[in-house]
Design a protein around this ligand. Structure first.
Ligand code: ZN
Ligand code: ZN
Ligand code: ZN
Length: 380
């Protein structure tokens, strides 16, 4: 599968995956990795279009740096795969086979004596624990160090998929701000279910989360929506998203059931400015940690620094959270095609919390926002 002449003779989708596999092999070669073993997680779908079922049976893409890619798959799940024989072959295993032994054999054929293997973060531990004694003289690495950098750089089709998912949740945020989603008198869980139904109605395949946190509950950034009934005159934080054609949306907007107190309104003005400043700072070449610092400086200067208790953002793509992380200590410079959230927050324990989140793609023409829902604190 080397050389452009072979690649360009493939079907369009086969060509995309063949090119991704080739780039993965180049990254493996550059980093001295002999074989990548990819199971659950989104590296395998990125490279093959197939997302394994998160069950007990092993599905594993064995990708040697030199040699053909093989997907080891339970025979009963093989029909789920869109075959691309020019890109990877299928090796179905039967219920009485040991797929770990099969995988180890493929690895030994690809790299007979000693080897460096990159494994995906989400492979079940049981498979790695069983595999290790079968492969002496092996060093293990995390595949995110090899394939993560490829997945980070979104191509134009991926960016358009993120944009469609973003516009879909923008509409829901607009309904929320316009008061078209009833809040007062309903529980957080009911509103969460309502948001989830709208995420699907807007064209997503899956709901990933729909956080609804009212009043003091909004001070817990990942609050689990529960039986608390939403009251008049409180903040309601909604953070929701799903997966549409393989790519994720993720947006946070807050609304106020009444006229916000001056305390809340002033804090929100700070949050608004912090978020906008960080989005403006998300330019190609800027280190991730600097984007975080831009948001943090605005919030800290207003005296809320100790109440901004998480990083500014996370990468997004096939996965709702992936590289690059917009966090202090990450000196990685943004590249064109990097996609990530900008989501500063201010959380007053026992009182209220607020967060404002957009998905942004770094481009040579500047930050390109996937979300355009209004950024103000609407009274509903
Ligand atoms: Zn979060
Ligand atoms: Zn979010
Ligand atoms: Zn997010």
């Amino acid at each position: 599968m080397s050389g452009h002449s072979i690649v360009s003779s493939l079907r369009h989708d086969e060509q995309i995956f063949a090119e991704r596999l080739e780039r993965a092999r180049q990254a493996m070669r550059a980093q001295g990795v002999d074989v990548a073993l990819l199971s659950l997680g989104l590296d395998m779908p990125y490279l093959t279009g197939y997302n394994a079922m998160p069950l007990e049976r092993l599905t594993m893409l064995v990708l040697p740096v030199n040699g053909d890619a093989v997907m080891v798959i339970p025979r009963l799940e093989a029909p789920r795969v869109q075959p691309m024989p020019n890109v990877f072959s299928l090796l179905p295993w039967n219920e009485t086979d040991d797929p770990v032994v099969i995988t180890a054999e493929l690895v030994r054929n690809a790299a007979p004596s000693s080897r460096v293997i990159a494994v995906g973060d989400q492979m079940w531990a049981r498979f790695l624990v069983d595999l290790m004694p079968l492969l002496p003289n092996t060093q293990y690495r995390r595949s995110v160090e090899v394939i993560g950098s490829l997945r980070m750089r979104k191509d134009s089709a991926e960016i358009e998929a993120l944009r469609s998912a973003g516009s879909a949740v923008d509409k829901i945020a607009g309904d929320l701000q316009a008061g078209r989603i009833a809040l007062v008198g309903r529980t957080e869980a009911q509103v969460s279910a309502d948001l989830s139904a709208r995420i699907i109605a807007q064209g997503h395949d899956v709901v990933n989360f729909a956080i609804v946190a009212a009043g003091e509950n909004a001070a817990s950034p990942h609050h689990h929506p529960g039986s608390r009934v939403i009251q008049p005159n409180e903040i309601v934080l909604c953070d929701f998203g799903g997966t549409m054609n393989g790519y994720c949306s993720d947006i946070t907007r807050c609304v106020y059931t009444g006229e916000p107190s001056s305390e809340v309104a002033e804090a929100y003005a700070v949050l608004f400015e912090a978020e906008a400043a960080a989005v403006r700072a998300a330019t190609v070449g800027t280190p991730c940690e600097e984007v975080d610092a831009v948001a943090r400086r605005v919030i800290t200067a207003a005296g809320f620094g100790e109440y901004f208790i998480h990083r500014t953002g996370h990468g997004i793509g096939l996965d709702a959270h992936e590289d690059p992380y917009i966090v202090s200590g990450n000196s990685l410079a943004l590249e064109a095609g990097h996609a990530f959230s900008i989501e500063p927050g201010i959380y007053m324990p026992g009182k209220w919390g607020m967060r404002l989140e957009d998905i942004v793609v770094a481009t040579i023409d500047g930050p390109d926002s996937m979300n355009h829902a209004d950024h103000h604190l609407w009274s509903v």
